[in-house]
Design a protein around this ligand. Structure first.
Ligand code: PLP
Length: 414
């Protein structure tokens, strides 16, 4: 059974035992092979994201090519002096340049970045947060709970739909006020509409305490200078690190694997003294990224600085593809497989980025619900179904996967 399933012997023994325990012995072997097949599908593997959601949280957000030779990395060694160096130095410096910040450091994810800033700069002190921004982002990131874990005290200001500068000033001048920071949170995954008002970074920057902006999505520069054309319209409402710092935020935090298109990481960028305080906090050691993450982040950062991001970062390849390119690919796949037909589609940024916006796209529609069959493909394909039809959105499929898609389509039962 081991050879037939490709699973380690110890795993096969457990699966065989459980099959024998659960059913009649005569059927134990096919039952065990069935379990082995199911078990193999629980292992991590490459998949083809045909959902049209660019940053799909269940599929690891931004896709990234990983190629590491089996060699050591000078993660904490300064090669010019031979002395011990800082793992934050190289990538932090590149990130700072990219965002127009004095300094930057990297931790495991953005939740860790926010936690570290609050713990390092506001422990046992107050942090002002608009009631409209005391949000839950998904995956359990809830502003009041992160605040509690950091040891900082959340002070709600304003109301759910309207918060003005005067609300912050009132909280700052209250008797016994001991405010360390103002936290502005981008409410990533929802929008408040109607009778609303929020206070801008420019306004908050006039207050006598530093402003921490959790922009979440990790757009580095609103002008997207790494793209050949203007920034895509669906990014218009996303805050960007460079512009948020230029507007007066003392620090920004964001994810590495959302709009930045890098590995899972959290970035803290801004004023050098504040970044240094974060780096020196004991939690920084517990939240530090590994050498491979730093290496991947360095590659991505260099691609932005070299202006090659649109061609080399998979997220920007997906985001920047034209509808015409996608349409040509879709027609070739339909012609070669003899299945489905080409329809217009709407892709989504995903991961709570640019909520409510869509990205024009192209899909292949196949009559019937084939989601389970697609997940069984040699490289599993994750698609969407609606109203008795299955849709393969080409925007999130890397062109190198078109052949595999064609084969999977041709193999569907007629
Ligand atoms: C996504 C997001 C987070 C959480 O980031 P992770 O990298 O998933 O930890 C926090 N804040 C905002 C505003 C976000 O959009």
């Amino acid at each position: 059974m081991g050879a037939a399933t490709g699973l380690p012997h110890a795993v096969c023994v457990e699966l065989a035992r459980s099959a024998i325990a659960d059913g009649p012995t005569a059927y134990a072997e096919p039952a065990a092979i069935e379990r082995a097949h199911h078990y193999r599908r629980t292992l991590l593997s490459p998949v083809i994201n045909a959902t049209g959601v660019l940053l799909h949280t269940n599929l690891g957000r931004a896709p990234l090519a990983l190629a590491h030779p089996p060699q050591a990395i000078n993660v904490e060694l300064d090669l010019t002096t031979g002395e011990r160096g800082s793992r934050q130095h190289a990538v932090g410096g590149l990130l700072a340049t990219l965002c127009g910040a004095q300094a930057a450091i990297v931790v495991n994810n953005n939740a860790a970045a926010v936690l570290l800033v609050l713990a390092a700069l506001a422990r046992d002190r107050q942090v002002l947060v608009s009631r409209g921004e005391s949000v839950e982002i998904g995956g359990g990131f809830r502003v009041p709970e992160v605040m509690e874990q950091s040891g900082a005290q959340l002070v709600d200001v304003g109301t759910t739909n309207r918060t003005r500068l005067a609300d912050y000033t009132k909280a700052l001048t209250r008797k016994h006020a001991d405010v360390a920071l103002v936290l502005k949170v981008h409410p990533s995954n929802y929008r408040v509409e109607g009778f609303t008002a929020e206070t801008t970074i420019e306004q908050l920057a006039t207050l006598p305490v530093p402003v921490l902006a959790d922009i979440g999505s990790g757009l580095l520069d609103a002008a997207c200078p790494w793209l050949a054309g203007p920034p895509p319209p669906w990014l218009a409402t996303e805050p960007a690190a460079r512009q948020t710092l230029a507007a007066g935020a003392a620090l920004v935090t964001f994810s590495g694997d959302k709009l930045m298109g890098g590995p899972q990481a959290g970035i803290i960028a801004g004023r050098a003294d504040l970044v240094a305080a974060c780096a020196a906090h004991p939690l920084a050691r517990a939240l530090r990224p590994g050498a491979h993450v730093l290496l991947a982040l360095q590659q991505v950062t260099l691609a932005y600085l070299d202006r090659t991001a649109a061609d080399t970062i998979p997220f920007w390849q997906m985001a920047a593809a034209t509808v015409n390119d996608l349409s040509i690919r879709a027609h070739v796949i339909v012609a070669d497989s003899g299945r489905g037909h080409v329809v217009p589609s709407e892709a989504l940024p995903g991961a709570g980025s640019a909520p409510g916006t869509i990205i024009p796209s192209v899909a292949i529609e196949i009559v019937g619900d084939h989601l389970a069959a697609f997940r069984e493909a040699a490289t599993p394909i994750v698609a969407r179904s609606r109203d008795g039809a299955t849709f393969i959105d080409l925007r999130t499929v890397h062109p190198s996967d078109d052949t595999a898609l064609t084969a999977a389509l041709a193999a569907l039962p007629a």
